[in-house]
Ligand binder design. Structure first.
Ligand code: PLP
Length: 328
């Protein structure tokens, strides 16, 4: 039994779902949604806030400000509420309504950006808003998850060694790429400790992170309209791009087996399924990371009529058909 007095003291680090039975995949899913923020972002938020306090950047009277697709915002809301800081989250229209309500319930202020910038998309617009506020008042403290080393260091210190402890003979690790904090922290750890683990990044179609063309994306957390400054592709072995419609299909299939995960988990599993269909072999040990759970996605991923028709449906090529058939 754990007894805590700070919400940051609890995080389930040891839970994996074996996806062989429910998805027909030789894949273990590391569940990162069991903490008081409900997502993997609790780790990055804690690491970045602790560092800012240590460096004297965050002081009584400081106002935390951050651009977030939601989950980091919730994590910072939890920490700010507990430690007595004010927090302003700058998000955009892709952020789920329940996530916004959650942040407000925790006492945070939320600003929703509605218009993308011409070259940086909605993320570019969020960053421009944050920069303008920081320039206007020096009480604002911007941790900047997109360039803060604490974002990847959190996973170097916790996520990667936890996976290696549980799977000492790991062959492949699938990690979704948003800010790439999780990806880079894990990739650096396995490289540093000379573990022969293939690191496969999973991204959404429409994200420019790995050089693809920009396009519409609805699932929050994964993908970017601006190349993430934390990304160093020399640590990455492979990249898989996933159509959001495939991610949604995977989420609904898992839900039908009693596992309700967030949209980006569907993306990562779908990407892992594509990769395993091409490169898998008997006896391969593979792990994928599930960043959060599904309750915040009831009005999106788990609604019959979602995504709305204005997002063009992709053509199905034979390779993608084959991968989706493999998933089931
Ligand atoms: C739901 C979800 N999935 C995936 C990610 C991506 O994680 P990272 O920013 O470490 O790349 C995030 C990050 O916010 C997220 O909220």
């Amino acid at each position: 039994m754990s007894v805590i007095d700070d919400p940051a003291q609890f995080n389930e680090e040891e839970l994996y779902v074996n996806l062989r039975a429910s998805m027909g995949l030789p894949l273990f899913l590391k569940c990162e949604g069991f903490n008081f923020a409900g997502s993997i972002k609790m780790k990055a938020a804690t690491e970045m806030v602790n560092a800012a306090e240590r460096d004297g950047l965050l002081r009584p009277g400081s106002v935390l400000i951050e651009s977030s697709s939601g989950n980091l915002g919730v994590a910072l809301s939890v920490i700010a509420a507990h430690r007595g800081y004010r927090f302003l989250c700058v998000t955009d229209v892709r952020c789920n309504a329940p996530t916004i309500r959650l942040m407000r319930a925790l006492g945070s202020q939320v600003h929703v950006v509605r218009e993308p910038t011409a070259h940086g998309g909605l993320l570019g617009a969020r960053l421009a808003y944050v920069r303008a506020l920081c320039a206007s008042d020096d009480r604002y403290v911007w941790l900047d998850q997109h360039s803060n080393a604490g974002n990847w260091r959190a996973h170097y210190r916790t996520t990667a060694p936890a996976i290696a402890r549980r799977f000492p003979r790991l062959d492949v690790l699938f990690v979704g790429a948003g800010t790439t904090g999780t990806l880079m922290g894990c990739a650096r750890w396995f490289w540093q400790w000379r573990r022969p683990v293939r690191i496969v990044a999973v991204d959404s179609v429409g994200s420019v992170t790995f050089g693809g063309p920009a396009g519409p994306r609805r699932i929050p957390g994964l993908g970017a309209g601006v190349r993430p400054p934390l990304l160093d592709t020399s640590y990455i072995d492979d990249v898989v791009h996933v159509e959001e419609s495939d991610a949604v299909q995977v989420c609904r299939r898992l839900a039908s087996r009693g596992f309700l995960f967030g949209g980006s988990t569907g993306t990562v599993i779908s990407g892992a399924g594509q990769w395993l269909a091409r490169h898998g072999r008997r006896g391969l040990t593979s792990v994928a990371i599930a960043p959060d759970l599904g309750e915040r996605y009831l009005d999106t991923v788990y609604r019959e009529d979602w995504p709305p028709a204005d997002v063009p449906r992709p053509e199905r090529g034979p390779e993608r058909e084959q991968a989706m058939a493999h998933i089931g």
